[in-house]
Ligand binder design. Structure first.
Ligand code: SF4
Length: 258
């Protein structure tokens, strides 16, 4: 079953990567909206038809909901370590994303100043100056890079927008190290097309991209929940450790979750 959240602000839930994480879902409650359709997406496949009436939350609705949640959580064991944008699709697609980030920074500073703000993004909107500037204001700007070649990205992420990988790497360089790269390693098959983002060619090109981006951290991980494509292979801890070693040998910070 796909994991879709029904709430605008949800949790906190314990996250492998972010601790006590208060989730934010800027997308509709039913179905998912994303510029990717990853074979491993825990929200399931993109719906074939969009519900044209599905409303996105307004900044005011979001502000009220987040403020209520933070007031209830502050000073309790559930006080969040991170306010995390993830939810049912790509958060930066919300047309008021920059204003929503400003609201989040203000409420975080007021109620939970020690918490970080994290955005999990597939990166397809970072070329938009307003999105780029908003992401510069937060602590954990976590952008996806699931391979070394455009070919593997097209097979694993199934984008519904045109991806210019060279330009994407340049856009990531513009963060001047204030970016975290997230990469999910896997092998599998979808609609008769095989893919493997762990081949020597893919890993070597991916490492070349990391050298250029110089991310603050690279998070590599494996499938953790049910996936829409069933024909996927999860990597072993040993394989993940070897990939992590290669990142470390470049002098870059890496965390792996297996
Ligand atoms: S980018 Fe994220 S939300 Fe979009 S399809 Fe991939 S995993 Fe799902």
């Amino acid at each position: 079953m796909a994991f879709l959240t029904e709430d605008l602000v949800f949790g906190p839930i314990h996250s492998r990567r972010l601790g006590n994480s208060l989730g934010v879902n800027l997308l509709p409650k039913i179905g998912k909206i994303c510029t990717f359709n990853c074979v491993y997406c825990e929200c399931g496949w993109n719906p074939e038809k969009r519900d044209g009436h599905a409303k996105l939350p307004t900044p005011r609705e979001y502000e009220q909901t987040l403020e209520d949640a933070l007031k209830n959580l502050v000073g309790t064991p559930k006080e969040p370590d991170s306010i995390t944008f993830s939810g049912n699709g790509e958060p930066t697609l919300h047309p008021d994303f920059p204003e929503i980030i400003d609201i989040t920074v203000r409420l975080r500073d007021k109620y939970v100043p020690k918490a970080v703000i994290s955005v999990l993004t597939n990166g397809t909107r970072i070329h938009d100056e307003k999105v780029f500037k908003a992401l510069q204001k937060i602590d954990n700007n976590i952008c996806k890079l699931d391979g070394g070649t455009l070919d593997i990205i097209n097979k694993v992420n199934l984008p519904n927008v045109k991806i210019d990988l060279e330009q994407y790497i340049k856009d990531l360089q513009r963060f001047e190290g204030q970016v975290i790269i997230q990469t999910l390693f896997l092998r599998g098959e979808h609609n008769g097309v095989r893919f493997d983002n762990t081949t020597d060619k893919e890993i070597n090109l991916w490492l070349e991209h990391l050298k250029k981006i110089k991310p603050r951290k690279t998070m590599i991980y494996v499938i953790d929940r049910e996936t829409p494509e069933k024909n996927l292979e999860k990597l072993s801890t040993d394989e993940m450790a070897k990939i992590a070693e290669k990142v470390k040998s470049l002098g870059l910070n890496v965390e792996y979750y297996s």
